[in-house]
Ligand binder design. Structure first.
Ligand SMILES: *[C@@H]1O[C@H](CO)[C@@H](O)[C@H](O)[C@H]1NC(C)=O
Ligand SMILES: *[C@@H]1O[C@H](CO)[C@@H](O)[C@H](O)[C@H]1NC(C)=O
Ligand SMILES: *[C@@H]1O[C@H](CO)[C@@H](O)[C@H](O)[C@H]1NC(C)=O
Length: 160
């Protein structure tokens, strides 16, 4: 298997992180909303955070994308305009480093291979969702937690 094929674009992991990073938003706020209230705004991300992501891509992967279960340590660092995803695939002792810089360069490496890629965007700013263009989609439960949900760009679904 070509290692390149199993590496996901950085945006995907950041979006998956969103659920973890903002899961602590109070539920008290939810209880006091009524239908006439204006839609809530997404909370900007903290300038720095660490999130641990569990990703299950069973329904979205095949042999070319590698093992579907992953644990990722995400280190988001907006002041330094950088982001690290440290990806551990199931049963693999060799983690994949995904180091993203604001100049749109991303380095992927493990102990045996490395690859450089240019993306059309740099590191997402903390206000990437709250800054506009997001549509409030209402509330939905995710993993037993009552969440606000926003959509953006037709393919992003963000649970807070
Ligand atoms: C991963 O997702 C598949 C398909 O939804 C499910 O059958 C499986 O139990 C999940 N595994 C884990 C560890 O969550
Ligand atoms: C994964 O696919 C199976 C079979 O199509 C389906 O039953 C299951 O609900 C899906 N799981 C998720 C989490 O989408
Ligand atoms: C982007 O920044 C990183 C970190 O400073 C650097 O290693 C890389 O060469 C830069 N990429 C380009 C295309 O200048």
């Amino acid at each position: 298997m070509a290692p390149a094929a199993r590496w996901s674009p950085p945006l995907l992991l950041l979006l998956l992180a969103a659920t973890t990073a903002t899961a602590t938003t109070t539920t008290a706020e939810h209880k006091h909303r009524s239908d006439s209230d204006p839609p809530p705004s997404p909370t900007p991300w903290p300038e720095r955070f660490h999130a641990v992501l569990f990703t299950n891509l069973t329904n979205y992967s095949d042999a070319s994308t590698g093992p579907p279960l992953r644990i990722t340590d995400l280190y988001y660092d907006w002041p330094w305009r950088r982001n690290l995803n440290l990806v551990r695939h199931q049963l693999s002792p060799d983690p994949l480093y995904d180091v993203e810089w604001n100049n749109r360069t991303t380095f992927y490496f493990d102990s045996s291979a490395c690859r450089v890629e240019q993306f059309p965007v740099g590191v997402l700013p903390p206000w990437w969702l709250s800054g506009g263009g997001a549509e409030y989609l209402g509330r939905r439960a995710a993993g037993g937690i009552d969440c606000h949900v926003w959509g953006k760009a037709g393919f992003i679904f963000y649970y807070e």
